[in-house]
Design a protein around this ligand. Structure first.
Ligand SMILES: Nc1nc2c(c(=O)[nH]1)N[C@H]1C(S)=C(S)[C@@H](COP(=O)(O)OP(=O)(O)OC[C@H]3O[C@@H](n4cnc5c(=O)[nH]c(N)nc54)[C@H](O)[C@@H]3O)O[C@H]1N2
Ligand SMILES: Nc1nc2c(c(=O)[nH]1)N[C@H]1C(S)=C(S)[C@@H](COP(=O)(O)OP(=O)(O)OC[C@H]3O[C@@H](n4cnc5c(=O)[nH]c(N)nc54)[C@H](O)[C@@H]3O)O[C@H]1N2
Ligand code: SF4
Ligand SMILES: [Mo]
Length: 763
């Protein structure tokens, strides 16, 4: 498809696939890459991706095997598409912005905006102007600095970070924000794994997963819950294949029978490509949306009862006694859970749950992996707390082959948090900053993503700087969010490619174009590398290999350093020029502020880098009591009135978060359309709606406001009864800003109450 066409909606449907990632997957990646750039650049990116001295895949946060164990092609289809989407030869120039007004660009699709190519020079939209025009870097920094300094309080500024940002730039951004005077550092974690961090922090004393790739390979039983690895973490399937080869089992829990959970064909092995592939899930639980808390409670109840029947043989009393608190209350609470409620909430049979329980009893080492299917529900935090209860009952925390595994999204989303990008960093981190840099950081907690939108809407926040993401499409309640952004005095974005956040802008707007992960980064002291931390706390270097997309680009480190210098001058006196010239000087600072990073520069120079220790693996639980905490969790299922469905908003196979790469979702058999809604055929019959009918999705919320997403095609699909699925970001308009997960404030993107109405204006 050419870059100037918008994909035409021309839905065709084929049966969902029952396996993932064989030869077709590889050819699809090459097709997309070669449509973007030359054979030479494609080869350069692909041969360097995830190699010890190469480019860290800018895709997801799944870790690479140890350096000696890597394939020559250590990447997946989606990683390849993703890096070549960045390495594209297409360019967005000043001429482009002269030709297209902002209003015109705002009328284009997310797909179209991304397809225009890499941004090449800084641009400004002045108050009242209809177009972006070029601006010099110094003038751009001056403008932004002036607006920041003119605010009545530093808390009127927001600094949004997405998990693409590298450690060095993330550390400098939070340093700048705090030296300027605010903790307003909303990030994409607020929309993503916030519920995981919250639940684990409270129960285990640390917000990070505890397992390594080696643990995955050598586990007896792995749960994959609320996660679609075939699309979103494809190389997780090669890890699970190894688990299976070593005799381990997999239980998949999902509202959809996702292809990657069923069977896997290894793309880099001839047998994998032509053979039947490996069966992944030994058991698949087709659970009701939001039913996972009830499932884990049921398993916990059965474990308690099995222990009653054979005392001393089921629970790990030693672990419970030595390392935990709250067991007695938890046990009492769990024994009261009724099977009637469990079966109703999960939609599963007692026999299915019994079969899982039997697998658990046979397994010494158990891991639970999860992603957005748990975190983005109203009761996401209690659900993950219950997962922790489940693992602790048999001592499956902190020993090899066992543990918690929240599977992270963006390649450095975990690292950005480690570097201090969080609106609520603990006091000990702020104290370390003060010791190292000699200024007192603000202590009042900042605004997260949802509260940031509220603040802009209510004129309490007026300057927005977004780094490495697409805030207006990533956030809920699109109409409200867009209005909030448009009220700002200034919106600015450090980006590689054009997106909707550049067209929905404040009085003044800036586009600050930057180097991507694949671009070579040369500064005054020579060629630089950056570092990232993956989902399993492995920290390693990444070196760009391609000539930069334009001579006018600055690196993220350079942009943030220059902005900080222009805004703050020498108060406090920080060596921003040195940071820009030599990223090693930033890493030296990190090594003195962030625990676990001692000798950062020398350790990260080793092939493969190093792993940050997780205290729970040494039996240390940094909670207030020094022990891991059993919790009592109540499940209240979402209230879905008759005639309504619980909608989840998820990713297709051909998109990277807010950016569609093509209008296809191959594994689910959806082609040439994104405005589709997948519904169980029995629900369709009950609602008297036919397959392929054109409907509007209407969400209801207690504020009485009706939110509508228009013109979706209905596709009968084996979603679990009572639920529906449709793609994000087209459906973000339906998620009310106030509909958030308890305790984490994460939007409930997987639990939106909707009804399907005949399309108001059929198209
Ligand atoms: N190719 C590609 N890779 C990506 C991304 C991308 O956009 N494209 N995004 C990255 C990011 S930032 C993230 S956070 C991850 C996201 O990775 P995922 O969490 O896998 O992403 P989603 O598409 O949101 O899929 C949610 C899954 O949870 C299931 N689910 C929904 N509700 C429930 C429920 O109530 N119970 C259970 N058990 N299952 C449920 C859905 O059916 C679906 O399989 O992927 C990362 N990787
Ligand atoms: N309804 C609904 N909403 C959701 C979700 C959902 O499942 N449903 N998922 C949520 C989740 S899990 C997440 S993580 C967020 C994702 O939200 P974001 O992370 O904000 O969005 P992305 O689509 O990843 O951002 C894409 C943009 O990043 C910029 N970019 C890419 N690479 C680089 C780089 O190297 N440097 C810089 N500076 N810029 C770069 C490009 O300009 C590109 O247009 O969305 C959330 N929103
Ligand atoms: S699994 Fe994730 S990190 Fe690995 S190659 Fe694929 S997209 Fe990249
Ligand atoms: Mo994410």
């Amino acid at each position: 498809m050419s870059s100037n066409e918008d994909p035409r909606d021309d839905l065709s449907v084929t049966p969902p696939k029952t396996w993932a990632t064989g030869l077709p997957a590889v050819t699809h990646a090459l097709e997309y890459s070669l449509g973007q750039t030359s054979v030479r650049r494609t080869a350069l990116t692909l041969l360097n991706i995830n190699q010890a001295k190469g480019i860290d895949c800018p895709g997801c946060a799944w870790p690479e095997p140890a350096p000696g164990k890597r394939h020559m092609n250590e990447y997946c289809e989606n990683g390849a598409k993703h890096i070549n989407d960045e390495a594209t030869s297409r360019r967005v120039t000043a001429d482009f912005f002269r030709e297209h007004s902002i209003a015109e660009l705002d009328g284009k699709s997310d797909y179209w905006l991304n397809q225009q190519g890499r941004l090449t020079e800084p641009m400004v939209k002045r108050p009242g102007a209809t177009h972006y025009e070029p601006i010099g870097w110094d003038e751009a920094f001056g403008l932004l600095a002036r607006e920041l300094k003119a605010l009545a309080s530093p808390d009127e500024a927001l600094f949004y970070v997405s998990g693409r940002l590298n450690n060095e730039a993330a550390f400098l951004l939070q340093l700048f924000a705090r030296a300027y005077g605010t903790n307003n550092l909303p990030d994409c974690s607020n929309l993503c794994h916030e519920s995981s961090g919250r639940a684990m922090q409270e129960t285990l004393g640390t917000g990070k997963g505890s397992v390594s790739l080696d643990d995955i390979h050598h586990s007896d039983l792995i749960f994959v819950v609320g996660q679609n690895p075939g699309t979103n973490h494809p190389r997780m399937l090669s890890a699970l294949e190894e688990t299976k080869r070593n005799g381990g089992q997999v239980v998949a829990v999902n509202t959809l029978p996702e292809a990657g959970l069923m069977r896997f064909k290894h793309p880099q092995k001839p047998r994998g490509v032509i053979g039947r592939g490996t069966t992944i899930a030994d058991q698949f639980l087709h659970i009701r949306a939001g039913g996972d808390l009830a499932l884990f409670q049921a398993l916990n109840l059965m474990l308690l009862e099995a222990e009653d029947a054979a005392p001393g043989t089921v629970l790990d009393h030693d672990f419970i006694r030595t390392h935990t608190t709250g067991f007695a209350d938890f046990a009492e609470h769990t024994r009261k859970v009724s099977w009637e409620h469990i079966l109703e909430a999960t939609g599963l049979s007692r026999e299915e749950i019994q079969a899982v329980h039997d697998r658990v009893l046979q397994s010494r080492k158990v891991i639970v992996c999860w992603a957005m299917g748990l975190t983005q529900h109203k009761h996401g935090v209690p659900t993950i707390r219950e997962v922790v209860n489940f693992l602790m009952l048999r001592g499956n925390i902190g020993r090899p082959g066992a543990g918690v595994c929240p599977v992270r999204g963006h390649s450095n989303v975990q690292g950005d948090r480690t570097m201090g990008v969080w609106e609520q960093m603990p006091q000990r981190f702020l104290d370390a900053l003060e010791r190292e840099f000699g200024f007192t950081p603000p202590t009042r907690h900042g605004l997260d993503a949802v509260n940031g939108i509220r603040a802009m809407h209510e004129d309490r926040a007026k300057v927005f700087l977004g780094v490495a993401g697409n805030f207006v499409r990533a956030t809920p309640d699109s109409a409200v969010t867009e209005e909030a952004m448009r009220k700002c005095r200034l919106t600015a974005h450090i980006s590689t490619k054009l997106n909707r956040s550049h067209t929905v802008c404040g009085d003044t707007a800036l586009i600050l174009p930057t180097l991507g992960r694949s671009d070579r980064d040369v500064q005054a002291t020579g060629e630089q590398f950056i570092t990232v931390e993956d989902s399993m706390s492995e920290v390693h270097a990444s070196r760009g290999k391609l000539p930069p997309a334009s001579p006018d680009l600055l690196s993220e480190v350079a942009i943030i350093s220059r902005l900080a210098r222009t805004t703050l001058g020498s108060t406090p006196p920080l060596p921003w020029e040195d940071f820009e010239a030599d990223y090693g000087t930033v890493r030296d600072r990190i090594s003195r502020v962030v625990p676990g990073f001692d000798d950062f520069n020398s350790r990260v120079a080793e092939p493969g880098g190093f792993r940050l220790p997780n205290p729970v693996n040494s039996g240390v639980f940094p909670t207030p009591s020094g022990k891991a905490v059993f919790t009592c969790n109540a499940f209240t299922m979402p209230d879905v009135p008759k005639g309504h469905l619980l909608l989840q908003t998820l990713r297709s196979h051909d998109q990277w978060n807010t950016i569609p790469y093509a209008p296809n979702d191959r594994y689910r058999g959806i082609h040439n359309a994104r405005r589709v809604v997948l519904v169980n055929p029995a629900d369709l019959a009950a609602l008297d709606i036919a397959d392929r009918d054109e409907v509007d999705l209407v969400s209801i919320w207690r504020d009485g406001t009706e939110r509508r997403a228009e013109n979706f095609r209905v596709v009968g699909y084996p979603t679990s009864p009572g639920s529906a699925a449709s793609y994000y970001p087209e459906t973000n308009v339906l998620v009310p800003l106030d509909s958030v997960a308890d305790f984490s404030n994460c939007p409930t993107s997987k639990g939106v109450v909707v009804r399907l109405e005949p399309a108001r204006t059929p198209g």
